[in-house]
Design a protein around this ligand. Sequence first.
Ligand code: ZN
Length: 490
Amino acid sequence: MQKTLQRLFIAFLMLALPTAQVQAQSILRDAETEAFLRHISEPIFLAAGLTPSSVKIYLIGDKSLNAFVTGGQNIFIHSGLIMASDDVNQLLGVIAHETGHIAGGHLSRRGEGTTAASNMSILSMVLGAAAILAGGTDAGMGIFMAGQTVAQRQYLAYSRVQESTSDQAGALYLRKAGISGQGLVQFFNRLRNQEILAQVRQDPYVRTHPLNRQRILALENAVTTSPYYKTPPNPEDNEVFNRIKAKLYGYLEGPVQTLRKYPVSDTSVAARYARVYAYHKDLEWDLALQESDALLAIEPNNPYFYEIKGQILFENGKVLDALPVLEKAIKFAPHETLVATAFGQALVSLEDKQRMMQAIPILEDAVRRDSSNSFAWFNLAKAYSWTGDDAKASLATAERFFAIGNPIQSMVHARRAVDMLKPGTAEWLRAQDILFVSERSAARYKKQHKRRRRATDKNTGGFQSSRGFDRSLTQTSQQKYRYQHPGRGH
Ligand SMILES: [Zn+2]
């Protein structure tokens, strides 16, 4: 029931938005993909003199080819770019080029990424006030709706000089990291073919990163002189790349397309992985479980194979069967907060005091590592509430709304937490902090909305859509629904 509601809600958003010139985007969160992107990018970030942990990579669920950076150190990659790359080096080439934009400080405007002092989590800071969590996880994949800040950002084009500088910087980082730059040239050559297309048919990357013959020649020159030019992609990374690509394909495409691309006759790990998602989507639970068991037979220590199997069992209502499987996933990936959240969610869904007690330290650890994980906060609040700790439940709810950038709700719950918590404790101080920041943002938010509404009234065809605000209201009422009807969940 809840699942169907969530799907309908997401479908509604998707349908409601394409008319706008600037569409909202969905951010996909998947433990394996995030770990992989972090792992392969690390040598490039180091070569660029950046601290790897301070650069955040977000995956956007969008079929077009695109990658872009926002102020601060955030790289956004469209799923379409991964799905269209032939090997990991093409993806790495694009990441190296985008890292060049970050290191070069291109287009970092005042106010973009400079609000770190506001304490708002990075996610809500980047995505704007409309960032919301559209339901929990779906086959282990979390979906967030990104606000228009991100959507608009990706349409800002770079200058030719900035492009050439980033090409040269990217080539240098790749060389320092011992990676061939051939992939970047291949990727750009593919995009060049799009230049003759009408703008609407071009991938956004072509529009925002202007290409020309001269630029490609200069890049070719830089990469062919590298001693690693002929070095093939790292085989292990490339294998994981193929799995991620298959996983995204299965998750984002229809089951029919997935089974056509990854037919049953293909018994590679990647193909099986894609089919797990295709069957899951098709509600063929038994077949999905069969494929995940086949994967586990090949790699019995792979946490993500346990994660997907546990998630399928969970979403199929077999919570007690899911628990030991998800526990195994945590055992093999103890630091993955999204995996821990899946386990916590399963425990909380049983609505039993003992299970809640078990879930609390797991979820507390997850939010300690990633405070932007609003779904973990949601489950944690429920667990606190079940164990009679209303003060902490209010604080966790305040944190949840804080993480999704809803200052009005985070203010309400933080105020409640401040009243109930013991003054001077760490929790009380945290509630005070949230209250302080939320009050200020809420005032700004209300003022902006008033201004925006006035502007929209004047010019209905303009850019000043109030959708962001409407959406967060819809989401709030949806969350209220979930909150008041906890028994309806999964
Ligand atoms: Zn560029």
